[in-house]
Write a new protein. Structure first.
Length: 346
């Protein structure tokens, strides 16, 4: 089915998205974000699942309308089966399985983070393996060596908070609304990071490639350092004047850590091609610093902001790859909140 028309569905967190993909071309694409979570300072799983259920029919129909197709014209379906919020995932998986049964079409369960790997290739045909990938999102932070599609070596990962999670938690400490990443990035442009030097977690002199923490990351200590400094500033009644400087200092520490670890992976693998994926990859400070450290010696790939965030097009692209290999879901497959990354070895 190399020329299959694939419907991709994404419901892993708080975006309901559907896309129609044919031969790598996006024919229709709808992304609907759930803004109500701002009221609670983070995603409420039960509310997210209910919101997906309320709009998924309309989102799919919107993508089909953009493509000028009826549902029966779809050759296969791909759906995010994990990782993610189990209730939210089940909405998409159940919809896809029911539609596939009614249409007598194959359905492909897709790993959410592998889908993020494929996102840049939807806009740049050169964004293919081999490359070192930094996948950064609200729930995951991974460094992989993608030798070819479906063949991935895990080089490093966070041992606690994901990068996006740390952004959200620090934003809350600074009194900024959810989601925290865009808020901190915007505020950091006005700040001076040197006013509040924060540690670079698990990044120190004397480390060597054989050390267990050489490529791994940890952001809980950085979050604690920010929390302690915010407490001091609040006690001195200076939070308002220091908020931008704190945001800038946190972001500089985060970006320095992510880029330094990725450049270590580039050196170890000898692969100068780097791909950024996941929602945090839209951060301009991260993209600019990664490009600066590469120094023009390699290629840097990343998707546009629309395709970097959770979306159905990347799911359809990953599903098309798995479909070409004959990998489809059986009648009993279901969502898994901690779905293993396919083709990943340590």
């Amino acid at each position: 089915m190399r020329r299959a028309t694939v419907l991709g569905l994404e419901t892993s967190c708080d975006e309901t998205s559907a896309a129609i993909l044919r031969r790598g071309e996006i024919l229709g694409h709808v992304i609907l974000s759930q803004d109500e979570h701002r009221l609670y300072g983070g995603v409420v799983p039960e509310l997210a699942a209910r919101a997906h259920l309320a709009v998924i029919d309309d989102v799919v129909q919107g993508a089909l309308d953009e493509a000028g197709l009826e549902l029966h014209a779809v050759d296969a379906l791909g759906v995010t089966a994990g990782p993610g919020l189990i209730g939210a995932l089940l909405v998409g998986v159940c919809w896809a399985r029911a539609a596939a049964f009614a249409l007598d079409r194959p359905v492909v369960p897709v790993h959410h983070m592998e889908a993020h790997l494929f996102a840049p290739s939807l806009e740049d045909p050169q964004a293919h393996p081999p490359f070192v990938a930094l996948l950064v999102s609200g729930g995951h932070t991974l460094i992989l060596h993608a030798r070819q599609w479906g063949d991935y070596q895990l080089l490093g990962q966070t041992r606690d908070d994901a990068a996006g999670e740390a952004y959200d938690k620090v934003a809350k400490l600074l009194g900024l609304p959810y989601p925290g990443g865009p808020q901190i990035e915007r505020l950091a442009r006005e700040g001076d990071p040197s006013r509040h030097p924060f540690p670079r977690p698990m990044l120190r002199g004397g480390q060597s490639p054989g050390d267990p923490d050489y490529l791994d990351m940890s952001f809980s200590g950085l979050k604690t350092a920010v929390s302690a400094r915010v407490t001091e500033v609040v006690r001195e009644d200076r939070l308002e004047e220091e908020r931008a400087h704190l945001a800038a200092a946190f972001q500089e520490a985060m970006v320095d850590t992510l880029v330094s670890k990725t450049m270590r992976a580039v050196e170890i693998t000898g692969c100068p091609r780097v791909l950024l994926g996941g929602g945090v990859s839209v951060n301009q400070a991260l993209r600019l610093e990664m490009a600066r450290r590469q120094g023009g010696e390699g290629r840097l790939f990343h998707a546009s902001p629309r395709l970097s965030l959770d979306n159905g097009a990347m799911v359809a692209r990953a599903a098309a790859f798995r479909l070409e290999r004959g990998e489809v879901g059986d009648a009993e497959f279901s969502a898994q909140a901690a779905l293993p990354f396919p083709g990943l070895v340590e």
